[in-house]
Design a protein around this ligand. Structure first.
Ligand code: MOS
Length: 724
């Protein structure tokens, strides 16, 4: 199905199942431990061996020699994979550094060997006996030091630099000016389930059970890396214990399990241990961001400039931290620039709201500072500079843009009018109390997505698509979509996901998953409805699918009467994307308390108001937003991969050292979804909220801390030592 005109009224608009707060249909499997995750038992006929990854002990250099003698002789060891035994490997499109290093080493903890043994303990013990000698080379590990050599770099089709009007001249003569530099640290996805895979060969055909967000493109990357035909690879990823972008690609577990299994002639399972996760896989790059804003005394922005520097391995992408500044506020003179410095740290890549999340940490603090300089309320300052068109391309309106409504609604609900503008004035016992606000912004990407839908003779509807559920609730919204389209209740729908033998979907990423994948299911169901009406002799134009019946006029037949039918289709988004800018908007409001003596920071209240198109399942959507807000608190106050600038690795490589919020850190969170239906976006009229919820949240925390204390910390995370 080609989608290139705004969606008209369609069966989804009935809202009998869609739009209703609905429990996860796969929830019982998860809470009873029967949902098979990557490392679990998938095929009772297989008895896998265990692989343990040996990570490089240096960040840059060459392996001078490897001594495997002792390791090979250790109990239970079957084989050891190294670059020498593996032979030449390719590089996947979404990998920057090779997943198996040697003789060159690209980063610390890059895999250099896999020890395969009968048990996990034997593999681990033998891995410690692998002796590697390195010729260590000097690397670049410090973003600030490498900033000068950074190069302009683009992400996908987004330009590296944009310029509208004359920024320098307008900024130079602006009545009120702000020029500040903000930094955000390297961050880790730190999802609950680490990367893990089981690989099994049957002749030259490979099956991999793994934990992955993007099935089809990961199959393509396996094929590129192992240099084999695509039809010989099957990837299965039915349940995923969190991804946050870290599983948008294959990592060393997939390739090493496949190589180990080939070498051993038996299936092999590989899980990355938590200490390997932080340096062996990818992370969000730290950024240095310079923001300049110039305004008239009435608060009208006349110049806005945002430059960002991030780091990556050579050939890697920048952290696109200026993306939102191109679209969020009006202002006729503008400039943005994205630059990436070559570093020898592990490769960086997308993490939840790549670009916008760290970009808004800086921009929304700068906007707060600017409001302060203007003596304006920060909510009013944002409202004053709203725009209904893309400020860089005024001929492109936003399909929907409810930033102002989100700010007004949030301010009202949160009691913003009681905020004391002068910082450091409000005390509650030992706590200094402050309120902060920030805008939320995340683009709405739409992706081609396909599905297959079967009708059974028993009236059951089965959906198959290679879409993934990374803890987001995909099973449920796909089930709801099929139920709505076919006029059945949710318990009459079976949803099967995460298998490359199913039709190719959008996958889970960039908050496009919910809208894109359900649109693919919509397309397949539309075809199935055609097939049903044809079989039952109804006119497809006025047939109503309801209560497991098909009706037209006074004629009505059970859906099951149509017997076994199958339909497959994909949605392809065309045309509209060029006429409209599609984005999601929101507002975060945060109250913090800062201990007057110790500077301990506690978040006391949080509210997010979101406008992200039709909300398919308010229950799972709310879960997405509160999870994202929690991650926003982590970004504001705790998360930081500490770089050893001499040895070139992340020092805090476990969950004791890499801190994320726990329940006790988070107060009750309120989430409001504004009424929004976006017919430009898709036939579902939905968008996404999974990443919108983190966008701006950290800045709202930072702005609340400033309001509480009068101290402006521009260097995240805002730990208490920076307030003393
Ligand atoms: Mo998201 S970082 O595109 O999974």
């Amino acid at each position: 199905m080609k989608f290139d005109t705004p969606a008209g009224r369609n069966p989804i608009d009935q809202l009998k199942v869609i739009g209703k707060p609905t429990d996860r249909i796969e929830g019982p499997y998860k809470v009873t431990g029967t949902a098979p995750y990557a490392y679990d038992w998938h095929d009772p006929t297989l008895t896998p061996l265990y692989g343990f990854v040996v990570g490089s002990g240096v960040a840059k250099g060459r392996i001078a020699g490897m001594d495997l003698t002792t390791a090979k002789a250790a109990p239970g060891v079957v084989t050891i994979v190294t670059a020498e035994t593996a032979g030449p490997l390719g590089l996947g499109q979404f990998n920057t550094a090779p997943l198996l290093g040697g003789p060159e080493v690209a980063h610390y903890h890059q895999a250099v060997a896999l020890v395969v043994a009968e048990s996990f303990e034997q593999a681990r013990a033998a891995a410690a006996l692998v002796r590697v000698d390195y010729d260590e080379a000097k690397g670049a590990f410090d973003l600030a030091a490498s900033r000068g050599s950074a190069k302009a770099a683009k992400i996908q089709t987004n330009p590296a630099e944009t310029a509208i009007g004359n920024f320098e001249a307008a900024f130079g003569k602006a009545a009120v000016r702000l020029e500040e530099t903000y930094t955000t640290p390297n961050e880790a996805h730190a999802m609950m389930e680490p990367h893990a895979s089981i690989a099994s060969w049957e002749g030259d055909a490979l099956t991999v059970w793994t934990s992955n967000q993007m099935i089809d493109r990961s199959v393509s990357d396996i094929v590129k890396t192992l240099k084999m035909p695509k039809e010989k690879v099957r990837l299965i990823s039915p349940f995923i214990g969190g991804g946050f972008g870290g599983k948008l690609w294959i990592r060393s577990d997939v390739i090493l399990a496949a190589l180990g299994a080939r070498q051993a002639g038996r299936p092999v399972k590989v899980a990355l241990t938590r200490p390997l996760m932080f340096n062996n896989t990818v992370h969000r790059s730290g950024t240095i961001q310079r923001i300049r804003i110039g305004a008239d005394t009435d608060g009208t922005i006349i110049a806005i400039g945002h430059e960002s520097w991030s780091g990556n391995q050579v050939g890697g992408r920048p952290e696109g931290a200026v993306a939102q500044t191109r679209l969020l506020y009006a202002g006729s003179n503008r400039m943005t620039a994205e630059r990436v410095a070559a570093l020898d740290l592990p490769e960086s890549n997308a993490m939840r709201a790549p670009g916008e999340a760290p970009g808004l940490m800086a921009l929304e603090m700068a906007v707060d500072e600017m409001a302060d300089r203007l003596g304006m309320d920060p909510v009013q300052f944002r409202i004053k500079n709203d725009t209904q068109v893309d400020p860089e391309k005024p001929e492109r309106p936003f399909s929907q843009r409810q930033l102002v409504a989100a700010l007004r609604d949030g301010a009202e609900r949160f009691g913003w009018s009681k905020r004391v503008a002068t910082p450091g004035q409000v005390r509650d016992g030992r706590w200094r109390v402050g309120l902060g606000v920030a805008a939320a912004f995340r683009n709405n990407q739409v992706m081609k997505s396909g599905a297959r839908v079967r009708l059974g003779a028993d009236g059951m509807v089965t959906v198959e698509t290679d879409m993934t559920d990374i803890g987001t609730g995909t099973y449920t919204i796909i089930g709801q979509t099929a139920a709505e389209m076919m006029g059945v209740t949710l318990d009459k729908v079976v949803v099967r996901l995460g298998d490359s033998s199913f039709p190719i979907s959008s996958g889970s990423g960039g908050q496009w998953g919910a809208n894109s994948s359900t649109s693919g299911v919509y397309a397949a169901c539309a075809k199935l409805r055609e097939a049903v009406t044809q079989k039952l002799g109804f006119n497809s134009d006025d047939a109503v699918f309801e209560d497991s019946q098909v009706r037209s006029g006074n004629r009505s037949l059970p859906l099951a009467e149509a017997g076994e039918l199958v339909a497959e289709d994909a949605i392809e988004f065309e045309g509209l994307a060029n006429k409209y800018q599609q984005s999601t908007f929101g507002a975060h409001f945060v109250e913090v308390g800062v201990d007057a003596a110790t500077a301990e920071i506690r978040v006391r209240r949080m509210l997010a108001v979101c406008a992200g198109g039709r909300i398919l399942n308010p229950k799972s959507a709310r879960s997405q937003v509160i999870g994202a807000m929690t991650m926003g608190v982590g970004a504001a106050l705790m998360e930081e991969l500490v770089v050893d600038k001499t040895r070139g690795f992340f020092v805090n490589h476990d969950l004791a050292g890499y801190e994320v919020p726990v329940h006790a850190d988070i107060p009750h969170q309120e989430v409001i979804f504004l009424d929004e239906v976006d017919p430009i976006s898709s036939p579902m009229k939905a968008k996404g909220v999974g990443e919108l919820g983190i966008c701006g949240c950290a800045a709202a925390v930072a702005n609340a801390i400033y309001n509480a204390t009068g101290i402006r910390v521009r260097d995240y995370p805002i730990t208490l030592d920076k307030l003393l």
